[in-house]
Design a protein around this ligand. Structure first.
Ligand code: NAD
Length: 527
C-alpha cells in the first residue's frame, strides 16, 4: 500500500458544499425530503448525505428544461453567444481544478494526480471544443429533381436526459453536456448514485457563469422598418435557468423517471449493457424518444510476434489496470502470439507485481480503491469463479490491506473461451491471457464476444495492423497504443456495446435533428 501522508489536507480542503438537487437554477431539497449517503471507498466512511431525487423531482426538472427549450433564449440565441458562455464555463472549471479533482478522488477512488492533470482540465477542453462548433451548425441547400426549392435546417433535438456512470464522473458529464449545450438543447443530468459530488459542483459553476460575464450588445434586424436596422440589445450573460438541471438519485427511480418521461426528447446513456436495455424499453414504451447508448465491453488486445515486448507489456498492463480496471474499454482479454508468449508473460507479471496500489491522493500510487463495496465484492467473486473454473492465477487475486476496497492487479492464464472470466465484463483490474498461432485465429477469437467497444493491435507490420483493424468488429481500434481517447475522435460501440457516438463532431449531430423545408418554383421550365 502507498502512503496516506498527503490525503488529510485534501479532504479538509474539500468541504462538501453542494448536496441538493439543482433545478431551474436553484439548489433544492428533494420533494420527498429523502437523502442518501455517498461514501469514501478508501475506508467505506460516509462523505455526505445527498438529496435523493425521484419521479416528482425529475418532473420539476423536466418542466424547467421544457420551458427553457420552448420559450427560453438558449436554443434561439446565436451559436456564437452560446459559445462565449460555454468558454466562460470552461474557465471556471480551470479555476477550480483541485477542488473538483478532490471530489472525484473522494467519491470514486480515482487518482488525484490524474484527475488534476488530465481529466478535470480535459472537461474544460470538451466545453471549448464544442463551443467552437456552436456557430457552425447549418443545413444544406438541395438540388431537387423537380421544380422545387429545398433546404435543410439542423435544429436542437430538445430536452435531453443524460444518465451517467460512476467511473468517469467528470469526463462523461462533459462528453454528454458539452455537445448538447452547443446544439442548443436543454437537459436533465443524472449522475451515478456512487459519485454525485462533482456533478453538483458543475451545476454550481454553471450558475456562476453569469457573474463572470459582462453585458454586451448584439445587433438584430428590425422587421418593422423593412430595412436592415441595427438595434442594440443586451446579450445573454450566463446559462439561463432551466438549461442544465442535475438530479441526484438512484437508477430504478430517478433514472427510470428520465428514460420513461413523456416530455424528454432524447436520452443519452452511458453505463452497463443490462441497464441500456432497460432504457431502450422505457423509451419505446413512453414517447419513442431516440436513445444513444454507450455500454460495456470486453475488449481484446492482440499482440503479435514482432511486437516490442517491453512496450507491449506496459501497454497491456495499463489496458487492464488504468483507473483500477473500471474502464469500459479495459483491455481485459489479451491474445499473445506463441513466439513471444512466454517472455511476454514473464514481463507482464513482473510489471503487475511492481504496480503500486494504495491511497489515490498519494502521487506515487498507480491505482486506488474500487468505487464501492458492491463493485469490490463483485470483482473478488469473479476471481474466485475463475479459480473454481480451473484457470491459473499468475499473480494478484486478493484485496490489498484490511480497510477500503483495494484489489491487486490480477492475471489469469490457462483459460477457455467459454469461462465467465473470459466472457463477462468484470470492471476491475483483472485480465485473461491467451495464446494464438495465426492472425486469422486471433481475429476470429477477438470477435467471439457480444461486445464491440474497442480493441488493440500491437505489431510493427502495417499489413497485419490494417488487416486486423478492418476485421475486428469494434467501434475503436488502437494500433500500438491503448485508451488513446480524444475529444476530436468519435467514440462508441458496435454490437452490444451500444450505438450513437460520443466525442468528435458526431456527438454534436446526435443532439441535432434535420428539418427539410420545401417550396415549389413556378414558371421556371429551365430548373
Ligand atoms: P449502470 O448501468 O449500473 O449505471 C449507469 C447509470 O444508469 C447510473 O446513473 C445509474 O443510476 C443509472 N441506472 C441504473 N438503473 C437504471 C434504470 N433502470 N433506468 C435508468 N437509469 C438507470 O453502470 P455503472 O455500474 O454505473 O457503470 C459501469 C458500466 O458502464 C460498465 O458496464 C461500463 O462498461 C459502462 N461504461 C461504458 C462507457 C462507454 O463509453 N461505453 C463508459 C463508462 C462506463
Amino acid at each position: 500500500m502507498g502512503s496516506h501522508g498527503t490525503s488529510e489536507s485534501f479532504v479538509k480542503m474539500a468541504t462538501i458544499k453542494f448536496t441538493k438537487l439543482f433545478i431551474n437554477g436553484e439548489f433544492v431539497d428533494s420533494v420527498s425530503g429523502k437523502v442518501f449517503e455517498t461514501r469514501d471507498p478508501r475506508n467505506g466512511e460516509v462523505i455526505a448525505n445527498i438529496a435523493e431525487g425521484d419521479k416528482d423531482d425529475v418532473d420539476l426538472a423536466v418542466k424547467a428544461a421544457r420551458a427553457a427549450f420552448d420559450r427560453g433564449p438558449w436554443p434561439r440565441m446565436p451559436g456564437y453567444e452560446r459559445a462565449r458562455i460555454m468558454m466562460k464555463f470552461a474557465d471556471l472549471i480551470d479555476q477550480n481544478i483541485e477542488e473538483l479533482a478532490t471530489l472525484d478522488t473522494l467519491d470514486a477512488g480515482k487518482l488525484f494526480s490524474s484527475l488534476k492533470n488530465f481529466e478535470i482540465p480535459g472537461t474544460a477542453k470538451f466545453l471549448r471544443y464544442y463551443a467552437g462548433a456552436a456557430d457552425k451548425i447549418h443545413g444544406e441547400v438541395l438540388k431537387m429533381s423537380r421544380p422545387l426549392q429545398a433546404y435543410t435546417l439542423l435544429e436542437p433535438i430538445g430536452v435531453v436526459g443524460h444518465i451517467i456512470p460512476w467511473n468517469f464522473p467528470s469526463s462523461i458529464f462533459f462528453t454528454k453536456t458539452s455537445p448538447a449545450l452547443a446544439a442548443g438543447c436543454t437537459m436533465v443530468v443524472k449522475p451515478a448514485e456512487q459519485t454525485p459530488l462533482s456533478a453538483l459542483y458543475y451545476a454550481h459553476l454553471a450558475k456562476l457563469v453569469s457573474m463572470h460575464m459582462t453585458n454586451g450588445v448584439i445587433f438584430t434586424y428590425a422587421p418593422t422598418t423593412r430595412l436592415v436596422t441595427l438595434l442594440l440589445e443586451d446579450h445573454f450573460a450566463g446559462i439561463p435557468d432551466g438549461v442544465l438541471n442535475v438530479i441526484t438519485g438512484f437508477g430504478p427511480t430517478a433514472g427510470a423517471a428520465i428514460s420513461s418521461h413523456m416530455d424528454i426528447d432524447m436520452v443519452s446513456f452511458t453505463g452497463s449493457t443490462e441497464v441500456g436495455r432497460e432504457i431502450m424499453k422505457a423509451a419505446a414504451m413512453s414517447n419513442l424518444k431516440p436513445v444513444a447508448l454507450e455500454l460495456g465491453g470486453k475488449s481484446p488486445i492482440l499482440i503479435f510476434d514482432d511486437a516490442d515486448i517491453d512496450m507491449a507489456s506496459e501497454l497491456a498492463l495499463l489496458g487492464f489496470c488504468f483507473n483500477k480496471g473500471e474502464v469500459c474499454t479495459a483491455g481485459s482479454r489479451l491474445y499473445v502470439q506463441e513466439g513471444i508468449y512466454d517472455e511476454f508473460v514473464k514481463k507482464l507479471v513482473a510489471k503487475a507485481k511492481a504496480w503500486t496500489v494504495g491511497d489515490p491522493f498519494d502521487p506515487n500510487v498507480r491505482h486506488g480503491p474500487q468505487v464501492d463495496k458492491v463493485q469490490f465484492e463483485k470483482i473478488l467473486s469473479y476471481i474466485e469463479h475463475g479459480k473454481r473454473e480451473g484457470a491459473t492465477l499468475l499473480t494478484g487475486g486478493k484485496p490489498v490491506g484490511n480497510k477500503g476496497y483495494y484489489i491487486e492487479p490480477t492475471i489469469f492464464t490457462d483459460v477457455k473461451e467459454d469461462m465467465l472470466i473470459v466472457k463477462d465484463e468484470i470492471f476491475g483490474p483483472v485480465v485473461v491471457l491467451m495464446k494464438f498461432k495465426t492472425i486469422e485465429e486471433a481475429i476470429q477469437r477477438a470477435n467471439d464476444t457480444k461486445y464491440g467497444l474497442a480493441a488493440g493491435v500491437v505489431t510493427k507490420d502495417l499489413n497485419v495492423a490494417n488487416t486486423a483493424s478492418r476485421s475486428i468488429r469494434a467501434g475503436t481500434i488502437w494500433i500500438n497504443c491503448y485508451s488513446a481517447l480524444e475529444r476530436d475522435c468519435p467514440f462508441g460501440g458496435y454490437k452490444m456495446s451500444g450505438f450513437g457516438k460520443d466525442l468528435g463532431l458526431e456527438a454534436l449531430h446526435k443532439y441535432l435533428q434535420v428539418k427539410s423545408v420545401i417550396t415549389p418554383i413556378y414558371n421556371s421550365p429551365w430548373l
